[in-house]
Design a protein. Sequence first.
Length: 469
Amino acid sequence: MRFVHRLRSSYKANAMKVASGAVVAALLLLAGHPLVAQAQASRTWVSGVGDDANPCSRTAPCKTFAGAISKTAAGGEIDALDPGGFGTVTITKAITIDGTPFQAGVLAAGVNGIVVTAGTSDIVVLRGLSIQGQGTGLDGIKVTSVGSLFVEDSVVDGFRGSPGHGIDFEPSAAAELYVTDTVLRDNGGSGIFVKSPGGVSTVSVDHSQFENNAAAGINARDNARVSVGNSVAAGNGGAGFLAQADAGTAQMDLESSVTASNGTGLQASGNGVAATVRISNVTIVDNTVGIADPAPGVVFSFVNNRNAGNGTDGAPNATASPTPTPTLPRTATLTPTATPSPTLTPSPTATATPFPQPNVGLTLTPLPGTHTLQTTITARNAGCNNNTQNNQLLSLRFTRLTNATVDVATAPPTTGISAPTTVPLPSHPASVVITVHRVTDGQATTVELVVTDGCGDWPTFVGGGPNAF
C-alpha cells in the first residue's frame, strides 16, 4: 500500500509539473519568447558563402533569397553582403530586396527569375539585381498581384523561354509599376509587357534601356497607362514602343526618349479598342518603319519630335495645334496711323544683323582659327504693348543643343551650356552676344532657343552643317 501511495503521489507531482510547463510554454509562445519561437527579423542578409540554416543575420547570413525571405518580416528588407548568386524567389508579402552596391545575381534557366504574388496593397522593391535567364528562362520578373512594384538599378537579360518577357506585369487587380535606371535586353518577348485584366494599372519608366528584345521594347496592352521618359528602345524585333488594345484601352506617353533600329519605332494599334501613343521631344531614327498608327490607333504629336532616316518614316495621325507666331520681320516696328491698319516702318535702331523669323537662322560670325560662331541677339524696339520694357532682353531659353556648347556674355558670363536651360537676363540689356562651340568635327551643330524680350517670346536657332565652321 505504501508503494502504491508513493506511486500515486509521484504521478500527481509529475502531472502538475507537466501541466505547469505546458502553461509556461504557452505563455512564452504567446509572448513571442525567443526560447520558444524565433521571430522574423525586419532586416536579413544573404552571402555567397552563407547557409540557409543560419538565422540570416549579418554575421550568420543565409545563402539564398528564398531562404532569407521566410525569416524576414513583412515590410522588411533583405540585403546582399557580396555579389553572389542568390537564386530565384517567390514574393508573397511586402519586402525590399537590395543588391547594391553590387548587382546581386539571380540565375533562372528554364524558370521564372522572381515571381511576385503579394497583396494588392503591398509594396515590393527590387534594387541592384542582375536577373539572368541564360537563354531558357521564362520571365525575368513575373507579377500576378501587388500594390506597387519598384525595379531600380537592375538588369534583366536572356529570358527566351515562353513568354520570355523581361518584366511580365499582369496583375489581377489595378496596380503600379515603377522602373528606373534599368536595362532589359535580349529577351524572347518584350522588355516590359503590361496587361491589367482586373483594372487600370499605371507604369512609370525613367532612364531605362530596352535592347535587342525579340518583340517590343515596351508593350502596353489592355488597361495599361504607361509613361516613359529619358529612355531608349533600340534593336528590338518589333516596335520600340507599342500600345496595343484588345479588350481595354491602352495609352503610352513618351517624353525625351529615343527609338532607333527597331522593326517599328513606335506604334499604336487596336482590335476595335482605342490605343494611343503621345510623343513629345522624341527621336525616331533608323527603324524599318518610323511611326505606325493603323486605325483605331492614334499617335498624337506635340510637334516637337524628330522622325527621319527610317525605311518608311510614317507620321502621327493627330497633332497639337501650334501656337501662333508673329510674321512681322524683327527689324520692323508697328507705327500707329490715322487709319485702322498699322503701317510697317524700318526701325531707326536696326542693326546690321537682321532679327530672324521663328526658326530662321541668325547671321553668324565664325571666329578665325576656331570651331566657334558668335552672334548678337538684340531686343525688339518700340511698337509692343509693354512700352516700359521695349528694347529689353529678359531671358534666353535654350530648348535643344546638338553637338554644341554655348556661352552667353552675361555679367558674370554664363559658360558651357550643354543641355536645355534658361538664362535669365536681370539687367535687361538691349542686346547680348552668344558664342556657339562645336563639340565634334564633321557633325552638324544646332542650338534652338526662345528669346524673351519686352514684346514677348520669339524662337530662333543657331547652327551649321558639318563643315560650316
